[in-house]
Design a protein around this ligand. Structure first.
Ligand code: NAD
Length: 498
């Protein structure tokens, strides 16, 4: 497939966005050739719009060598200088909000209505870790000299080169959740964004340089699975941090196991949203609908994609959620009143259609949505917010991630039933609870088998709180002190004092 010709006219015409040239960024060099190419397709129009160079093993080796050499420089850079550079980067990202928002739309169809807020969130993450860079928790005293004793302390040290492999759903946010923490701790990075979303990383790389971060500290390799596999298994890559799906995570874990390389895995989810009868139902309904559909059109890992509702309020509450979801405008991501844009590609449409069809066969009821949109949206990948009620607890839709705008609704009888149902998948990323009973909230929070729980609409993905899953949702953390600690290894030191 080639780049769109003059004759190929999409039904939706997007205003001009100047797409950056996609290049490999290795040390001080940029180049537009690798081991192959990929044609990026704009999900809003279905039209190819850019050629993405795919890094090969030789490019990966060069980038890792560059990061390895830069490690000596960055590690020796005064902490205050590192902090100032990251804080400058945060400011620059904020100053380029409009450009990043436009690139997010070009990358993956993120609606403009939410794109700028996501850039703001990314800047907060960079600022947060910039703040840590000159206040690093570098160790603690473990023993003090006494009669026959020794003086001991720990020394936390950066690993060296970190391999960063990320997915396509929020490219800037994924960078912001991983890179600043790694750099604050003194590591250098080689980043492999998804080939599906190459643009945001280009502007980010420009700003990293403008912020005064030395060449080689941050390298970008656009590429696919081959580049990712070469990166994670490179002997000079000392730790890997990955965001993506469980199947890829298994391959990465197997590759890293060869040298016992540590890995952070941020994977998928099927997060439950428990709505008890005593909750603020209007607030809960708005939250349920917006979080399932209005954030990246349902394509984010931590979204509450299972809605569990107490029997006594089930019908009334679910009707409310379906009415709100049905009112969300689906369309061009560049129109400011669009809540749901396209999904990423035809593969996503196929997966969503198959899972909804299976749910229908399993006896579930589609309350709103349920059919791919045609007409002037037929060339892009548009699927409407779809609320599916009476989902069988053991069905595919109840247990597997859709990664699209499909909400699976189930009912529960009491607190014990709600917790059992919430804990009945292999995933363990996020949990959501709505109740006005503080004691119930505390009991449920304690029992949910997830990496995070948010109660009564608290915000997600804030920099100061650790975020990470258990089970098939992964291992390790991003965010908070825990996210910083992922980028140190600990040396235990003792001095004989007699
Ligand atoms: P994916 O696993 O297919 O791809 C993710 C990245 O891995 C891409 O950059 C890809 O090129 C690379 N890759 C593929 N094969 C590789 C290999 N063998 N070795 C190294 N790298 C390889 O994931 P996806 O389908 O693009 O993303 C969707 C998944 O990501 C969903 O499951 C979603 O829940 C998850 N996700 C998780 C989080 C989180 O923070 N927990 C955030 C966003 C998305």
């Amino acid at each position: 497939m080639g780049i769109a010709t003059e004759e190929q006219r999409p039904a939706i015409v997007l205003p001009e966005v100047t797409l950056p040239e996609v290049t490999l960024r290795i040390g001080s060099t940029t180049r537009s050739t690798g081991a192959g190419t990929y044609h990026h397709i704009n999900p809003a129009t279905g039209v190819p719009d850019a050629v993405v160079p795919l890094a090969g093993a030789a490019d990966v080796d060069e980038a890792v060598q560059s990061a390895h050499e830069a490690f000596a420089v960055w590690k020796a850079t005064p902490a205050g200088t590192r902090a100032r550079a990251l804080l400058t980067l945060a400011r620059l990202v904020e100053e380029h909000t409009a450009e990043f928002a436009a690139l997010a739309t070009a990358d993956n169809g993120t609606p403009q209505a939410t794109a700028a807020a996501m850039v703001g969130a990314a800047a907060e993450w960079i600022r947060y870790y910039g703040g840590w860079a000159d206040k690093l928790p570098l160790g603690r005293v473990t023993s003090v000299a006494g009669a026959g004793g020794s003086f001991g302390h720990t020394l936390r040290q950066p690993y060296g080169v970190i391999g960063v492999v990320i997915t396509w759903n929020a490219p800037l946010m994924s960078l912001a959740m991983k890179v600043p923490a790694a750099l604050a701790a003194g590591n250098t990075v080689v980043v492999k964004p998804s080939e599906l979303t190459p643009f945001s990383a280009m502007l980010f790389a420009d700003l990293v340089r403008e912020a005064g971060i030395p060449d080689g500290v941050f390298n970008v390799l656009t590429g696919g699975a081959e580049a990712g596999a070469a990166l994670v298994s490179h002997p000079l890559v000392k730790k890997v941090t990955f965001t993506g799906g469980p199947d890829t995570a298994r391959k990465i874990t197997a590759a890293c196991a060869q040298t016992f390389k540590p890995v952070v895995l941020e994977l998928g989810g099927k997060s439950a949203n428990l709505v008890f009868a005593d909750a603020d139902l209007d607030a809960a309904a708005l939250h349920a609908a917006f979080m399932a559909f209005g954030i990246m059109t349902g394509q984010a890992c931590a979204l509450p994609t299972r809605l569990l509702v107490q029997d006594s309020i089930h019908d009334e509450f679910v009707a409310k959620v379906a009415a709100i979801a049905g009112s969300f405008k689906v369309g061009s991501p560049l129109e400011l009143d669009t809540i749901c844009g396209p999904v990423i590609n035809q593969g996503a449409i196929d997966r969503i259609e198959a899972m909804v069809a299976q749910a229908r066969n399993d006896g579930a009821r589609i309350l709103t949505g349920g059919t791919r949109l045609g007409g002037e949206l037929a060339d892009g990948y548009y699927y409407p917010p779809t609320v599916v009620a009476d989902v069988d607890r053991d069905s595919e839709l109840a247990r597997q991630e859709v990664f699209g705008p499909v909400l699976a609704v189930m009912r529960f009888s009491d607190e014990a039933d709600a917790v059992a149902l919430a804990n009945s998948t292999d995933y363990g990323l996020s949990g959501y609870v709505w109740t006005s009973d503080a004691k119930c909230a505390m009991r449920v929070v304690e029992q949910l088998e997830t990496g995070e729980v948010v109660v009564n609409g608290a915000p997600n993905a804030v920099a100061e709180r650790p975020f990470g899953g258990i089970g098939h949702s992964g291992t390790g953390n991003e965010g908070g002190l825990e996210g910083l600690e992922e980028f140190f290894w600990t040396k235990s030191v003792a001095y004989g004092t007699n």
